[in-house]
Design a protein around this ligand. Structure first.
Ligand SMILES: Cc1cc2nc3c(=O)[nH]c(=O)nc-3n(C[C@H](O)[C@H](O)[C@H](O)COP(=O)(O)OP(=O)(O)OC[C@H]3O[C@@H](n4cnc5c(N)ncnc54)[C@H](O)[C@@H]3O)c2cc1C
Length: 385
């Protein structure tokens, strides 16, 4: 396996995450998926080991580590339980990073230390029924009323909706159409006029509490403003960094687990009087899966290191996320094929692996929208291979 240059701290973190995930999270992974039951206890365990505050500065209770360390840890957690990895990416990911990078000092002090202790989950809410890839079509609106904003509208596909304590909600703060009128407010769970709507069960990552958010004359204090109208570009820049740290390492970890399970299956099962692994045609499938995983890992690790060194370009995260997402779909799909009917049965993990990565090519920017970004940069002469 391609071994990156890891310093002592990174190597210890990677090992400790792998051991924790294997011993504590893997045994409950299938049940969490089957029962759609978020493994919240695992977040407490991760917090006790310092993983929830990884990307936050020490001043807010974190350990000041970078995106590369997040990638190393989340990959290991995802090998055992993708739902736990997704919840961890929710604590260390886009929302906390947004508060850190664009929030007021009061907002940082109020929320971030509790995020680092695993006590507070901040959900990220952008999507709406008519605003998916087209963020400029957001219709949920907030009107200023004295020292409050009054919010009306509905949000869709919000991961962690039913579990979160605070919601970073993108909405229209100004009637100016398109992106210019959009900003963001922090909404606390018990705010009058705010409620969690229908539970939304996707094909995979079923234990992440996805639901609708509903706002009916919901009044939030003006001090909860985090992005004024017209500042949405700042939030999208945060999302750009998170494209690497949250979603792709989950895909990489799950693909690694699917590969391991496929190798075991080919060695253990015999047909025509010999192990399946003795068929060269199947061996070559394993070789192709390994090539795919290693290429994805190299690209992801290098991109994460470039993000930490502030050397990344607009295209880096888009290229890495697209490749890693599609690699994971290919590898987990191939693992199903290698396992035959067992690959589709709930008693085996193969079908869950496939389901858990399938949506990742849609969430955090679809692979088509990311290709639009890559193509735009190529044609503008800002990309050199
Ligand atoms: C696992 C998962 C977790 C998610 N978590 C969250 C969350 O926490 N918070 C949140 O706000 N949202 C979340 N989402 C929603 C996600 O952000 C949206 O699904 C995504 O932005 C795409 O929007 P859409 O589903 O409405 O698809 P659409 O935008 O309707 O797109 C449909 C298809 O058309 C393509 N398409 C659209 N426009 C173009 C174009 N201009 N050029 C080429 N192709 C185009 C898309 O790529 C896609 O293939 C999550 C989604 C998933 C799958």
């Amino acid at each position: 396996m391609f071994e990156p240059e890891l310093n002592e701290q990174q190597r210890l973190m990677q090992e400790s995450a792998r051991k924790l995930a294997e011993e504590r999270f893997k045994p409950g992974a299938a049940r969490a998926d089957r029962e759609h039951a978020p493994p919240l206890g695992n977040i407490k365990v991760l917090a006790e080991h310092g993983f929830c505050g990884m990307g936050l500065p020490e001043a807010y209770g974190g350990s000041g580590l970078g995106v590369f360390e997040m990638v190393l840890v989340i990959e290991q957690i995802a090998r055992a339980c993708a739902n736990t990895a997704m919840l961890l990416s929710g604590t260390v990911g886009a929302s906390a990073r947004a508060i850190l990078q664009v929030g007021s000092e009061a907002q940082k002090r109020k929320y971030l230390p509790r995020v680092a202790r695993g006590e507070l989950l901040v959900a990220w809410s952008m999507s709406e029924p008519n605003a998916g890839s087209d963020v400029g079509a957001i219709a949920t609106r907030a009107l200023r009323d004295g020292e409050h904003y009054v919010i009306n509208g509905a949000k869709l596909w919000c991961s962690f909706a039913s579990l979160a304590d605070v919601y970073l909600v993108m909405m229209r703060l100004d009637p100016t159409p398109g992106m210019k009128g959009i900003g963001a407010l922090l909404v606390e769970r018990d705010t009058p006029g705010f409620s969690i709507g229908r539970r939304l069960d996707l094909v995979g990552l079923r234990a992440t509490g996805m639901a609708e958010l509903l706002f009916d004359d919901c009044r939030v204090p003006a001090e909860n403003l985090i992005i004024p109208a017209g500042g949405i570009g700042k939030i999208l820049a945060v999302l750009e960094a998170d494209r690497i740290g949250g979603n792709p390492p989950i895909c990489l970890g799950v693909a690694g687990a699917a590969f391991d399970a496929a190798v075991r299956h080919l060695k253990e099962r015999s047909q025509f009087g010999k192990p399946l692994a003795d068929n060269q045609g199947l061996q070559w499938k394993l070789a192709d899966m390994a090539i795919d995983i290693e290429a994805a890992r190299s690209l992801l690790y290098r991109t994460a290191q470039r993000v930490d060194a502030h050397k990344n370009s607009m295209t880096d995260a888009s290229i890495a996320k697209t490749f890693v997402n599609e690699m994971a779909i290919r590898v987990t799909n191939q693992a199903i094929q290698l396992a035959g009917a067992s690959g589709l049965a709930e008693d085996f993990p193969f079908e869950r692996y496939f389901r858990d990565v399938r949506g990742m090519a849609i969430g955090y920017g679809t692979t088509e929208i990311l290709r639009n970004t890559i193509a735009r940069e190529i044609l503008a002469g800002r990309y050199q291979p």
